[in-house]
Design a protein around this ligand. Sequence first.
Ligand code: ZN
Length: 319
Amino acid sequence: MRTREEDAALRRKAMAWLAARTNDGLDAIWHEDLKDFEFQGVRRPLKDRQLGIYKPKDLDAALSISTVFRREGDDRPYDDAPGADGLLRYKWQGDDPEKFTNRGLRRAMELQLPLIWFWGVAPGWYKPIFPVFLVAEEPDHQQFVVATDPIQNFEASGMGREEVFRRYALRMTQQRLHQPVFRSMVMRAYETRCAVCKLRHSVLLDAAHIVEDRAENGVAAVRNGLALCKIHHAAYDAGILGVTPELRVEIRQDILDEIDGPVLEHGLKGLHNEPLRALPRRRSDKPDPDLLAQHYQKFISADGPWSRVDAAWIGGVSE
Ligand SMILES: [Zn+2]
């Protein structure tokens, strides 16, 4: 049996691996590709081929749960609507509470271990949701209660209650105040135009951060911002599009080599080596060359993963 430390390391590595392969859990993964995961040099599965609950032999507790894809109108074997408390439920396997899979889940709950939830989105395709935690068992209904956001289960986050609520409050302040104010400032400075393509429709524009805004207090400065349309924002964040400190656009080589429809041709490839087309009038609002250089260095040196998963929720990655 693995030690507690090895168990924790395996879970962290599995989640970091999934984050890198699924665009931080945004994309689904093909079940065959799940077989490529390795821990300590050995391939090992992340979900059971048959059962919904995966309890590896060498672990004390379950590692993942799965929900099978059902087409609309098909009978769902399990009810996946949230309960009155807003939390999801996951059914036991069968009726026997002592079945090894159900015991494996109970153990994960007792030890407050993070689990991966593989949610079927098409035959053989799963969207991984992680980390999730089991917060209670409801034996009368033969099910566990699942917290899908660490805030729903602060005990499992390894942080104290105050720290978790501080983070939550911070997140809310960011979402309700700082991001909207930053957006308004950036949109005014760029006169509601994408810096890369000059698109003018506010609903299609974002205020992107040149480098990730780690400062927790206060609104980021416009010089760390770029008004970008949705496509160029996503491309910038994903490392497909870079901006040099001299305000020139570059597109990643593999994208330049690709042949596809008009959005790729004109919307990305056609902008390679072009100057930014919209900039603030005020000097102090213009993109900061040092910040641009930081992102640009990352853009030219790395081809991914550009993981944005908040490592604090999962823990550091080590083996
Ligand atoms: Zn654009």
